[in-house]
Design a binder for this molecule. Structure first.
Ligand SMILES: C[S@@+](CC[C@H](N)C(=O)[O-])C[C@H]1O[C@@H](n2cnc3c(N)ncnc32)[C@H](O)[C@@H]1O
Length: 228
């Protein structure tokens, strides 16, 4: 099989195929954007609970994400945030078209119910906007180039690339070192992934890595805290 061409051209958008049940699959990676079995519950289990959120939320708390996709993780965070002002920065190489995002989110009535203002910003081409109590920025480009240049430091990371087997460049040791370098003291990460090379990369980058029970039928996921 020919490996997918993963070079990023400016202005490219994601090409989507649709599985039964309304799950979007990225043609370039042949991988779904979220779990077939209730993606919103998986987001809450993996990314929110995995980072001990919302318990750690405080004004100015900064979440960063590798892989913005449909914005489902952002919307789950928005729902959990209530009135607490948070920052949310996400890195995305192939932004989805607004109509594809709307179609994907229709599978999650709770997220779709609060998605209107986000979809309006997105359709207008805005990648930096306020959403309820969230200050959102989506940095478009290959994270291997954009993250090293980023000036921010996150309190919590959502590592949500496609599967490490299909999207290894978003899980490389070099990129995990950049995640650590762009974490605040006491910063944490959470990911559904449990692949050995991902866990080793995060440990080498400076995180104390722990394996936890994954969502639903998935055996494992990974979380960690930056070592002092
Ligand atoms: C599993 S999806 C993310 C799902 C998303 N968090 C959500 O809530 O819908 C993985 C995302 O990583 C993006 N991606 C893959 N390789 C990338 C790279 N090198 N740089 C930035 N984004 C990348 C894909 O385009 C895709 O949107």
């Amino acid at each position: 099989m020919t490996p997918p061409d993963q070079s990023v051209l400016p202005g490219q958008v994601a090409e989507i195929e649709w599985q039964a049940g309304g799950v979007p699959v990225a043609s370039r990676f042949d991988d779904p954007y979220f779990s077939l079995a209730d993606g919103l519950a998986e987001t809450r289990h993996v990314f929110l609970a995995g980072n001990d959120l919302p318990a750690r939320f405080r004004p100015g708390f900064h979440i960063a994400e590798l892989g913005f996709g449909t914005g489902l993780n952002m919307l789950a965070t928005l729902i959990a945030a209530g009135d607490v002002p948070l920052r949310y920065t996400s890195f995305e190489a192939w932004p989805m078209a607004a109509q594809d995002i709307a179609r994907a989110l229709a599978a999650f009535p709770e997220a779709a119910a609060v998605a209107g203002p986000f979809l309006d910003h997105w359709a207008a081409g805005r990648r930096h906007f306020s959403l309820g109590s969230l200050q959102v920025e989506v940095i478009v480009g290959d994270a291997r180039e954009t993250l090293p240049r980023w000036q921010g430091r996150a309190d919590a990371w959502y590592l949500d690339g496609f599967s490490p087997a299909k999207n290894p460049e978003l899980w490389s040791g070099d990129l995990m070192a950049e995640v650590a370098r762009h974490s605040a003291p006491g910063g944490t990460f959470a990911t559904y992934a449990a692949a050995g090379f991902v866990r080793r990369g995060l440990a080498a980058a400076g995180f104390a890595v722990e394996r936890r029970k994954g969502h639903g039928a998935k055996r494992h996921m990974s979380v960690g805290v930056l070592r002092p």
